[in-house]
Unconditional design. Structure first.
Lengths: 127, 127
DNA sequence: ATAATCCTTCCATTAAGTGGAAGGTCAAGA
DNA sequence: TCTTGACCTTCCACTTAATGGAAGGATTAT
């Protein structure tokens, strides 16, 4: 399968699939004599796997590790879980940061009249 | 004041202050004959303003707009509020996305035994 | 045969800095 | 006065995870 079809199957932009090949994340199964990338079913499954993992905001580095475990049939589920927990902690941290930010910014926005006058608690707070 | 002192006063890395000068966000008030950047109190206040705005995750572009309003003494607070509300919406959106992610990933992590066996709901879900 | 649609590689750009190299400047001590 | 150390300068490269585009080769349809 050509890269365009493979990208369609995986639901990824062609550019992204090519990028994943460039960085060695998901290599095409082969190349034609004229240099076209070939993707077989196994490589397309990997693309889909990466797409899902990315949608969970796993970094490319983490995707690489997860993909390694995905392929390693005698893996330990604890290895997978370790990566997932680490990522979960990261997400929780970000979520908390955003919540604090949201609350504080919400206060400021509510305190601001938002009229024609220059007086502004938001500017004051940042000054 | 030299850039190092100014950076200290603002609580920013020197590199960052130089970067802000490079992109025209906060220019030094002058230069010495030998090319050293000079920061007066007004420019240091701007650095602090930007630092605070950045800590609210306002983008550099937004910081530029806010800084413009900060300096414009006959501004309308509604202009400031508009930027802040827009940013707030963005933060809310991100927060919701993260929450969904966190909940889903939490389920997966809980479903995974995390032992020596290869069977793993996390991998299964991504496959 | 030719046009349209693929595909290739390579380069630039995005955001917001950070790190480092090569070299100029300044203040203090011997 | 010389030198050493701590500043400062500019310029280039690197980070993340792609994305956009140019120039040109391959394939397919008419």
């Amino acid at each position: 399968m050509n890269i365009g079809k493979a990208a369609d199957q995986a639901g990824l932009p062609t550019k992204t699939v090519r990028y994943y090949a460039d960085i060695g994340l998901v290599l095409p199964s082969s190349r034609t004599q004229t240099g076209y990338r070939n993707y077989d079913i196994s490589s397309i499954k990997k693309l889909i796997f990466v797409k899902r993992a990315r949608s969970f905001d796993f970094s490319i580095k983490e995707c690489r590790e997860l993909l390694g475990l995905y392929e390693e049939k005698n893996r330990s589920s604890s290895d997978v879980r370790k990566i997932a927990i680490h990522h979960l902690e990261e997400i929780k941290r970000k979520e908390e940061d955003l919540m604090k930010l949201r609350i504080e910014l919400d206060h400021l926005v509510n305190a601001c009249a938002g009229d024609d006058r220059p007086n502004c608690p938001i500017i004051d707070y940042l000054s």
